[in-house]
Design a protein around this ligand. Structure first.
Ligand SMILES: [Zn+2]
Length: 356
């Protein structure tokens, strides 16, 4: 992503409602029994398992190279084995180094569900000429966090409360600029997928005689984008203009509540800050947030709104950002465990998953 510009910080917080609204949809987060919360937060945290999940991703992942394809295949087979339906969004695009093949991976649990809760990261790594770039925080760890959450929650998906919402994981390709960040040299995968889903119609029917068309992109309740995570002392702000400030404060409440139950105590400082901030970080959410605003179809004007976004990125960026030192030594496992637990519990509350 490109540099962050912090324009100002509001010293105000929004009240945390149990319900949030996006476009015409309302959604109630589930209250979980304390036993389920502890199970999700404490029992489902396993550092050994996490390191095993992460290891195959900790290699250079330069777009359209054999190692990069291998990592993509690993992500695909991991999720396929958990019962996710997987598909590739493959395409070619022109880069400063010539034409390259890209492929986004989309993995969906319960494709038939009309709505989606989306977790997303990018799986390519930046080219740093003459150096080996593992890009551990950017974004090997965020991708591993998504796999870890998917693995622990998949067995409970069939009895979730929110049957109308499926869980979707998106692994974007080509987030990084090949040379310098520009509108055309960056975000290759997310630009391609957002445009494709803007043009794809999805037939939905709440009942057989109440049939309506909606766009594939409108199936997304919220896109949670994980980026630059895994180093110590992260701070994630509640960015104005993302259409999900209220939902972000509920995510921050999850962290506070988990501390109160005593299951989170490895790091002292809270990661998620409810304080609203103006925070311009260009990243894979942008093509979804700034989708085509007005579409005219058969004289029917559809004013579409951006996809609500939870941008889970640490600002300031980790000190190792875009350096070859963004490797295994940059990682702080108490922080990774803490953040994975908060996101896991939030996803479980969104979907209504309460493991016994
Ligand atoms: Zn990067």
């Amino acid at each position: 992503m490109s540099f962050a510009i912090i324009l100002g910080i509001f010293m105000c917080t929004t009240s945390a409602w149990g319900q949030w609204r996006t476009n015409q949809k309302t959604h109630q987060l589930s209250l979980l029994p304390e036993s389920s919360t502890l199970r999700l937060c404490r029992d489902f945290t396993n550092q050994t398992r996490f390191k095993e999940i992460l290891a195959p991703i900790m290699v250079p992942r330069i777009v359209d190279t054999p190692q990069h394809r291998q990592v993509g295949d690993y992500l695909q087979s991991f999720l396929h084995n958990l019962g996710f339906a997987t598909e590739w969004d493959a395409f070619t695009d022109t880069t400063p180094f010539g034409t390259r093949n890209f492929r986004n991976l989309i993995a969906t649990f319960d494709e038939a569900a009309p709505r989606r809760l989306v977790l997303a990261c990018h799986y390519d790594s930046k080219i740093i000429p003459g150096q080996v770039m593992i890009a551990a925080t950017d974004s090997a760890v965020p991708c591993a966090m998504m796999l870890d959450i998917a693995q622990t929650l998949a067995p409970y998906m069939y009895k979730r409360v929110a049957q109308q919402v499926g869980l979707q994981l998106i692994f974007f390709d080509g987030e990084e600029a090949f040379r310098d960040w520009t509108a055309t040299d960056s975000l290759y995968g997310s630009r391609h997928l957002a445009q494709k889903w803007e043009q794809k119609w999805f037939p939905s029917s709440s009942s057989l005689n109440n049939f309506e068309l909606s766009k594939e992109i409108d199936r997304i309740d919220v896109l949670m984008l994980l980026d630059l995570l895994g180093a110590a002392n992260p701070s994630i702000g509640n960015t104005i203009g993302m259409g999900a400030t209220e939902l972000f404060s509920q995510l921050a409440d999850v962290e506070l509540n988990l501390r109160a139950t005593g299951c989170l105590n490895a790091i002292r400082r809270n990661v998620f800050n409810k304080q609203l901030s103006y925070n311009q970080v260009e990243d894979d959410h942008i093509p979804f947030l700034k989708r085509g605003k007005i579409n005219v179809i058969n004289f029917y004007v559809n004013i579409s709104s951006g996809v609500p976004i939870l941008h889970l990125i640490t600002v300031p960026f980790p000190s190792v950002w875009h350096r070859s030192s963004d490797n295994a030594n940059a990682l702080h496992y108490p922080t990774i465990d803490h953040m994975t637990a908060v996101i896991r519990v939030f996803v479980a509350k969104y979907l209504g998953i309460a493991p016994a």
